[in-house]
Design a protein around this ligand. Structure first.
Ligand code: CTP
Length: 407
């Protein structure tokens, strides 16, 4: 797994509430991303989770009181504030939100928060009525206008027995939002459409033709583009992946459905990246009922689907158009041909069927080929890293913004 927080210090502020035990998982996920995690706890939360758990897992003393006896604790609220690269307050109770919004600094956590200059991610978690109260909403608004980033609480059954907004978000969501929050927004104002996964062409109501594409590559591109501030639409075939957060996801099944979803949105886009493994043929007249095994042979007639990317190439005005080429041989020649024939700006070419590249795995070995004939050969990389590098290259291909004022 790529460690996106390597060399970073994240301070995790854990406040009172039954959900505090879930912060342990947040700590673990931050560490998996390479972060050094330091924990501050309020007095109240120690009634729910012992500081020893966080101390053992973080390998650091947990900061709980301004009046600890050891010398090293004397200025910890200032030292940690200076050293933090990011802060997560999770769960953030009504009490801490109220204190932070109003500049109250009366314990270890609030004095630290007053001193810290690093980006702050706030994860409110409490009873629904408390969360929806005017006081809490007002205080959240104040903290947002002060520059804090707020992760919406989950909705569902709460520990108090009520149902509504206020649940502690899934730990992976908190870490994902931190990663997004910390990524420079160099695609802000850009609209990107990504396609991913296979398409399925029905044979009868219970069978279909498809391919083994997992959708991972396209989902990583969509996730990284969102991290970088783009407005992202992800059109996918049938896949079993978590939808990237803050991305408009459109599910399709057949090539025809994908075609409609993509073509109808093309005009408004700045960039289209077509990583989907589209079925080139569909069954002519799929059976309305399950086909019975009455005969020894079954012949299916297949008819050609629209080449969606080729249509985009014809309709293209200012958009940067990126294709994918999955090949089993003559990779470069085949990919170059697709760049020309589909009027692409670049293509990501990969050999499928190898252990470290292709369908269903986390790594990929690709080549970037450009319409001007340039080519980049890349080593085996995580799909997440291929996605980031691809976006770097797409950025270079974007038309530069026109100067205002007619100069
Ligand atoms: N593509 C598409 N519509 C299709 C087929 C492919 O939009 N009906 C897009 C894919 O999303 C990919 C690119 O075209 O970005 C190349 O797809 P690929 O399957 O590698 O090649 P094909 O164009 O289908 O050609 P062939 O199968 O003959 O290699």
């Amino acid at each position: 797994m790529k460690k996106r927080l390597e060399g970073k210090t994240v301070v995790l502020c854990v406040c009172g509430g039954i959900a505090a035990y879930k912060s342990v998982e947040v700590l673990r996920l931050l560490q998996k991303q390479g972060a050094e995690v330091r924990v501050i706890m309020t007095q109240g939360v120690q009634e729910f989770v012992g500081s020893l758990t966080f101390q053992a897992l973080s390998g650091q003393p947990v900061f709980t009181s301004l009046f600890e006896k050891s010398d090293s604790a004397a200025m910890r609220h200032i030292d940690w504030a200076r050293e933090a690269d990011a802060v997560i307050v999770a769960p953030a109770t009504a009490n801490i939100i109220g204190k932070l919004a109003n500049g109250i600094a009366d314990d270890a956590m609030t004095t630290f928060m007053m001193a810290v200059r690093a980006p702050v991610l706030l994860c409110p978690s409490m009873n629904t009525h408390m969360y929806e109260s005017r006081a809490v909403q007002r205080n959240i608004d104040i903290l947002e206008s002060d520059g804090c980033h707020v992760v919406e609480p989950g909705t569902g059954e709460l520990a108090c027995g009520e149902t509504g907004a206020g649940r502690f978000p899934e730990p992976w969501i908190i870490v994902d939002r931190l990663l997004s929050f910390l990524t420079p927004k160099d695609f802000s104002g850009k609209k990107i459409l990504v396609t991913a996964g296979p398409t399925q062409e029905p044979i009868d109501p219970v069978r279909f033709i498809t391919n083994p594409s997992s959708g991972k590559m396209g989902f990583e591109i969509a996730r990284m583009a969102e991290y970088r501030g783009a407005e992202v639409t992800l059109v996918s075939g049938p896949v079993t992946l978590y939808e990237p957060l803050n991305v408009t996801c459109i599910r399709t099944q057949t090539t025809h459905e994908m075609e409609q979803a993509v073509l109808s949105r093309f005009n408004g886009m700045d960039v289209v990246i077509k990583s989907a493994a589209v079925a080139d043929y569909r069954v002519d007249n799929p059976s309305a009922h399950k086909i019975k095994k009455d005969s020894d042979q079954l012949v299916l007639t297949l008819v050609k689907n629209t080449d969606i990317l080729k249509e985009l190439g014809k309709a293209k005005t200012r958009q940067v158009l990126v294709g994918f080429a999955a090949e089993t041989r003559d990779l470069v020649e085949n990919a170059q041909k697709k760049v020309r024939e589909k009027n692409l700006d670049m293509i990501v070419a990969n050999i499928v069927g190898e252990k470290t590249s292709g369908f269903g795995i986390d790594t990929n070995i690709v080549k970037f080929l450009y319409k001007d004939g340039r080519r980049e050969d890349l080593p085996s990389m995580l799909k997440e890293d291929v996605a980031m590098l691809l976006l770097d290259r797409v950025k270079e291909l974007l038309p530069t913004a026109k100067r205002s004022g007619g100069q």
